[in-house]
Design a binder for this molecule. Sequence first.
Ligand code: BGC
Length: 498
Amino acid sequence: MGKVAVAFAAAAVVAACSVAAVMVRRRVKSRRKWRSVVEILKELEEGCDTPVGRLRQVVDAMAVEMHAGLASEGGSKLKMLLTFVHELPKGTEKGTYYALHLGGTYFRILRVHLGGERSYLDVQDVERHPIPSHLMNSTSEVLFNFLAFSLEKFIEKEGNGSNSQGVKRELAFTFSFPVKHSSISSGVLIKWTKGFEISEMVGKDIAECLQVALNRRGLDMHVAVLVNDTVGALSLGYYHDPDTVVAVVFGTGSNACYLERTDAIIKSQGLLTTSGSMVVNMEWGNFWSSHLPRTSYDIDLDAESSNSNDMGFEKMISGMYLGDIVRRVIVRMSQESDIFGPSSSLLSEPYVLRTNLVSAMHEDDTPELQEVARILKDLGVSEVPLKVRKLVVKVCDVVTRRAGRLAAAGIAGILKKIGRDGSGGITSGRSRSEIQMQKRTVVAVEGGLYMNYSMFREYMDEALVEILGEEVSQYVVVKAMEDGSSIGSALLVASLQS
Ligand code: BGC
């Protein structure tokens, strides 16, 4: 070999070595980045861990806070609000009634026709529309005019059929926000939640605002009851099955109500009801306990929300927030590595990753996780390799598993308070026989998160059995109540008339 050829060969070897060195360096770097992402996931898993021991501490804290909230006004973060609902629909109601439900994301209008027997419940013309986002921070006049206008349109479509005798229409207003009631048909807004911000409405009577707007449009309708969505769900649950004593909503927001003995509502001593009990709206979204597993993502989400230091439990378990927790984890991962490619500005927009997308990614059963790839692409993150897609699914799983398990602990806390968890509960004045006999207990559940996200449901059900044990959980039946919040409140109006 000539000298020139040797020089060429040597140069080629050097070049090959340096290419190899660059590749090795890149591989090492990328492995290091992958490790840092895996570290973030591990940290998240540890931060969201909910072993049954911790869940039991949450159960106890929930029951204790319920007691404190019933003992005195402001005694707990749980408001334990009186609803003035002491009789629930029995199934013998008759007539035609209307319901308007203002939720967190949708509003619904429907009509029910009742024939005097349980089986004669005819739910007619259910209308479900997204709440136009500009209404969430408009004025009370704009909001209520819009609701009255929507009711007017609904009634116009009826023709003469449903109201041929020209009688006044009786309406139930399901209002999914905290209200301090003075009767079953009146109450003032305590505060907004779920991103609504019409500050001049706080302190105003909600039923009156609607009635005034209806009158202004010349609608012959009477706002007969004002109820929380949980109370609507409880009413429908009870109508179908009188063992229903608890109702929970897992939707945009989350909350629970239950039937309480009036003598246990110490803050309202002397409160008399014909049944000796009253439905209490817990407003459990505001529950807090040091036993709740809180991560830096929860802390940041809360700090940047429109209601920081408020609704801590809701922010861990409800539909408005789960997507944003997942988004925050992905953003952190993309900041620490380039596994998501060049960072997408879309993903840094709060609430852009909605919980229905989290559910679609989590439940993607295609072999290549195409749904995950499609959703990430829509969020400006394309060409994500399969192992990264799997990582995203894992993040969805960790966040939703924590939510489902904490939701179960919340329910078990209520069961404990009313002595239906098999332990006798922390009771006041309950008789021994009542404590010892495990009664069948139905928990009515409503809300889009529960209805549409099967993994959330599965984690919740599984944790409830873990907490209560196989034997006691046989007596606890969780029943889905589709549209229960609206239908149930119309039934409540009916029960007042009969
Ligand atoms: C509200 C509750 C409501 C729950 C579910 C919460 O944000 O404060 O009143 O029941 O959402 O809709």
